[in-house]
Design a protein around this ligand. Structure first.
Ligand code: UD1
Ligand code: CA
Length: 455
């Protein structure tokens, strides 16, 4: 099937009260329009055209590399007019699918069934709503066949009572839309060219219209305000939390987790409250995440524990490591099995070998730390001269005393020991002891200066 997707994204979104175009506001960490494009891409042989208007430059710049085509709708004259802007790009024999940049959670499977129903005539996606206010109503005849969509502002009292509403999402053969859209009239309460009028048009030509009912209101819900955005965000997070729990994850409070990307978990993972997951995160079996942690694009293998208030980004952590509380793993961190990174420790672009410990108040950046190394409290790798970054290498079994400055580039050999308070500027050989600090002098009889007493 050849599918031409048209995504409407030209509207102003004034109720967002934002300088950012509405479709760039995120749901689950991804701009709404980005979600719609991703979903559309899951369809076969798809060509995607996005209709832009308000904030067109910003929207186009954001999706410049996404492989979609943009067409301009200079004036927002209605949804029918918007889709008409894409007619020159309709392909021969294609099915056109109309989506919306502000309806972010629609699923590819639903779109596929809509498309299957639209090979000869239009198929529209409807949904039952307890409170249908504001939506176009689906008018069916006694046999249940769709007759028309009537906009709220054009509806009489009886029509207003209908609870089946138009989601706006619609599929139809390209030839029919290309013929009908230029002929729409704007003789209605809003003076707009309504896309929805193609339904009555099909009926008048005795072309069957299929109404496909969506089962899930969240899937077809649109975002018009920040309140709706927040509602949808919570609903999405709730769905994700339930899916995680169904897959064997313990969430100490499913209402206090935010997944802004994808989170994969092994069994018996436990996640405490207020954790945020961004990008692609994967947690192995039995991983435990304490409260208030931020994890972004990282992988934690089986049995690793992250204590409260830790921040982990672009890190690869092996089995049974211990991280935090208050640890920060920055991009390029690799922890081997059983490594320990304790409180107020920052690691960047560094490998920490199996069973090694950096337990307190340290900065380890641009470093290769071997196995079974002990990095004492307050150790700093001085990796930067203001222009260049340099490497610190610490061999297996080395012991770095507290409050050591390792001035890179520098090497500490296997089994070497560095005395506390040292500033290490040259290589320490294997098994050597390096002490690089002023010797202690004790001066007896020393008199501290005394303050003069007031008279
Ligand atoms: C539309 C439907 C209505 C449906 C509702 C679902 C029509 C005439 N009505 O109404 O039946 O129940 O959606 O939310 O289609 N847009 C453009 N260019 C335009 C006009 C709109 O790009 O000229 C875009 C908007 O950015 C928005 C979407 O189309 O994303 C819907 O437009 P909107 O004016 O909100 O339609 P509704 O009046 O809500
Ligand atoms: Ca509207």
């Amino acid at each position: 099937m050849t599918i031409d997707v048209v995504v409407l994204a030209a509207g102003k979104g004034s109720r967002m009260r934002s300088d950012l175009p509405k479709v760039l506001h995120p749901i689950g960490g991804i701009p709404m329009l980005g979600r719609v494009i991703e979903t559309a891409r899951q369809l076969e042989e798809v060509n995607i055209t996005v209709v832009v208007g308000h904030g067109a430059e910003q929207v186009q710049a954001h999706f410049a590399d996404s492989g979609v085509r943009f067409v301009q709708q200079a004036e927002q004259l209605g949804t029918g007019h918007a889709v008409a802007q894409a007619i020159p790009h309709f392909r021969q024999g294609a099915s056109v699918l109309v989506l919306y940049g502000d309806v972010p959670l629609v699923k590819a499977g639903t779109l596929q069934s809509l498309l299957s129903a639209a090979d000869k005539g239009p198929a529209l996606l409807s949904v039952e709503m307890a409170n249908p206010a504001g939506y176009g109503r689906i008018v069916r005849d006694d046999a249940g066949r769709v007759q028309a969509i009537v906009e709220e502002k054009d509806a009489d009292a009886a029509t207003l009572g209908i609870r089946e509403v138009n989601t706006g999402i619609l599929a139809a053969p390209a030839e029919l839309l290309a013929r009908w859209l230029p002929e729409l009239s704007c003789d209605n309460a809003q003076g707009e060219y309504y896309l929805t009028d193609v339904i009555a048009r099909a009926v008048s030509e005795e072309i069957a219209v299929t109404g496909v009912r969506a089962s899930d209101a969240l899937e077809v819900a649109g975002v018009n305000s920040r309140a709706q955005q927040a509602q949808m965000e919570r609903a999405l997070q709730h769905t994700r939390a339930v899916a995680l729990m169904d897959a064997g994850v313990t969430l100490l409070d499913p209402a206090r987790i935010d997944i802004r990307g994808s989170l994969e978990c092994g069994t018996d993972v436990s996640i405490d409250i207020n954790c945020v997951f961004e990008g692609k995160v994967s947690l192995g079996k039995g991983v435990q995440i304490g409260p208030n942690c931020l994890l972004k694009n990282c992988r934690l293998a089986d049995g690793t524990r992250v204590e409260a208030n830790s921040v982990i980004e672009q890190a690869d952590v092996a089995e049974a490591c211990s991280i935090g509380p208050f640890a920060r793993l920055r991009p390029g961190t690799q922890l081997a099995a059983g490594a320990r990174v304790g409180n107020f420790v920052e690691i960047k672009k560094a490998t920490i070998g199996a069973g090694s410990k950096v337990n307190h108040l340290s900065y380890v950046g641009d470093a290769a730390v071997g196995e079974a190394v002990n990095v004492g409290a307050g150790t700093i790798t001085c990796n930067y001269d203001g222009v260049n970054k340099f490497l610190t290498e610490i061999g297996d079994g080395a012991f770095i005393g507290s409050n050591t400055a390792l001035v890179a580039p520098v090497k500490v050999g296997r089994g070497a020991t560095v005395g506390a308070g040292s500033t290490i500027t040259c290589e320490v050989g294997a098994d050597e002891l390096a002490v690089a600090r002023g010797r202690q002098r004790n001066i007896s009889g020393w008199q501290r200066p005394a303050k003069k007493k007031r008279q």
